[in-house]
Design a protein around this ligand. Structure first.
Ligand code: UDP
Length: 192
């Protein structure tokens, strides 16, 4: 199910199989969009490397660079799985199953616009809450309290790497969500 890229187990089946896997998984999952920059950061940052190798992390081969790297290392991945596509699939799954999402990251202007556009695009989507990504991650009790109270099924974190991964690592035990996903610059894309 996995292939080795730079010492990491990278998911190596199709996007559809990946979506099925996370829908049926009983435990929490931390989805890592493994683009080359993020994987490289893991090599130079031991804390990040630990996150990537933790049991609940699943790294998906995001970005053509990761696909090319897998070929060079003679462990080619089956197909590229773009993080933003996975995010859209999770959103659709939440709509179908009456579940909520929470959005954390980007500037205040971007997160507001992103939320507005997502509501337009997915009229039945339940957004449990959102917050910009400019706060002290070691001192953010109010935000964590809000997330816990809202109890979203999935939480998307767009604060760039490694900030988003370190936030997830720090708080995933306290937060009861099933899906944690760092989505880099995706809120900027949804904001248009
Ligand atoms: N960002 C944030 N908090 C920070 C730094 C960045 O919320 O302290 C947001 C930024 O506004 C942008 C997103 O993180 O929406 C992605 O930033 P960047 O493009 O630098 O990260 P990358 O996509 O390269 O990982």
């Amino acid at each position: 199910m996995y292939t080795n890229i730079l010492g990491y187990n990278v998911y190596n089946r199709s996007k559809d199989e990946f979506i099925d896997l996370i829908k049926t998984k009983e435990e929490k999952v931390n989805i890592i969009s493994g683009n080359p920059e993020i994987l490289y950061n893991g090599l130079i940052n031991p804390m990040l490397s630990k996150v990537f190798k933790s049991e609940d992390a699943v790294i998906i081969p995001d970005g053509i660079g990761t696909v090319i790297a897998s070929k060079i290392m003679k462990n080619p991945v089956k197909e590229r799985i773009a993080g933003i596509e996975v995010m859209k699939e999770i959103i659709e799954y939440c709509i179908m199953n009456n579940q909520k999402i929470y959005l954390l990251g980007a500037t205040q202007e971007t997160i507001e616009k992103c939320t507005e556009n997502l509501k337009k695009q997915y009229s039945n989507l339940k957004i449990a809450g959102f917050h910009n990504g400019y706060f002290d991650i070691d001192n953010c009790e109010e935000i964590i309290k809000d997330i816990i109270e809202q109890n979203p099924y999935a939480i998307f974190i767009a604060m760039g790497s490694p900030r988003q991964e370190l936030f997830i690592q720090k708080y995933k035990e306290q937060i009861n969500s099933r899906i944690f996903m760092g989505v880099g610059g995706s809120f900027d894309i949804f904001a248009g």
